[in-house]
Design a protein around this ligand. Structure first.
Ligand code: PAF
Length: 281
């Protein structure tokens, strides 16, 4: 497995590797969810193509300095996992190698990022779009794989690629969960044992609300109320947001007439977790 630490080194190493080239952008602290993305990338690249992983804790997408400082960075572990998963090339730059101190260009998506995480994490998606476009340019990738857990991120990146004619195919991969239903996240390791034991309620709250569909419910309020009640029964968590949005536009919906997404972000202490379910009318 090749490892590049700077953009120049990356370009050199890529020149020796065959296409198709499929990228899995990550911030490291790799878990089985990331490895599922790597396997999906291998499927897309084929046995003779190139699977590349970027490991970069992108400072410009963090809205809370504490979250950035606490973000786990087990690089040696991550490299071993990539090697075992059959990755061909890892790009693991320092922030200084990615951003000029006087950088002044940012990619902004201005519609899909209005609600959900975009509303409570100002500037977050500007940071995500900017780094992902840089990675696409650096790798000249044919395709890139992202987890569907980050439903808003995935929709925004698809929109960016569409609106800016970026020649990269975006592949979404279903959320990977722990056996108790908690969505895998690099932040899960920062939960206290009590918070970890409570956290599967996030999924249960969303699934419980979704089950109202079976009883013919279609207006937004009962779904939101059911999920909120279940979340608020926890003595530990604080809701950052709970919203019901259209699955395509990510704008709040009244009655559910088209596929919709019930999404939440919650805090356990300073650890922020997200999850969502899709509601089909
Ligand atoms: O989903 C993530 O881990 C990050 O937002 C991404 C896409 C790697 C950009 O930093």
């Amino acid at each position: 497995m090749r490892i590049a630490r700077t953009p120049d080194d990356l370009r050199l190493q890529l020149a020796a590797l065959p296409r198709p080239r499929v990228l899995v952008p990550t911030m490291g602290a790799l878990h089985d969810g990331h490895l599922a993305l790597v396997h999906r990338a291998r499927k897309a690249a084929g046995p003779d193509g190139t699977v590349a992983v970027s490991i970069f804790v992108n400072p410009i997408q963090f809205d809370r300095p504490g979250d950035l400082a606490a973000y786990p960075k087990p690089l040696e572990d991550d490299l071993a996992k990539c090697q075992a998963a059959g990755v061909d090339l890892v790009f693991a730059p320092e922030a200084g190698a990615m951003y000029f101190p006087d950088r002044s260009v940012t990619v902004t998506e201005s519609l899909l990022s209005k609600h959900l995480c975009g509303a409570t994490r100002p500037g977050h998606f500007d940071g995500v779009c900017t780094v992902v476009l840089k990675l696409f340019n650096l790798f000249q990738a044919d395709a890139a794989v992202f987890g569907e857990k980050d439903v808003q991120q995935l929709a925004i990146l698809r929109r960016m690629v569409r609106d800016l004619d970026v020649p990269v195919e975006i592949i979404g991969h279903p959320t990977v969960r722990e056996p108790d239903g908690l969505a895998m996240s690099s932040r899960n390791v920062r939960l206290t044992p009590e918070h970890r034991a409570d956290a599967p309620r996030i999924r249960r709250a969303l699934e419980g609300a979704r089950s109202l569909l079976q009883f013919g419910e279609r207006s937004a309020a009962p779904f939101l109320a059911a999920a909120r009640k279940h979340l608020e029964d926890s003595p530990f968590l604080r809701i950052d947001y709970l919203e019901l949005v259209d699955a395509e536009t990510l704008q709040p919906v009244g009655p559910i007439k088209r596929p919709a997404v019930l999404a939440t972000a919650v805090f356990y202490g300073d650890v922020r977790l997200i999850d969502h379910v899709t509601l089909l009318p």
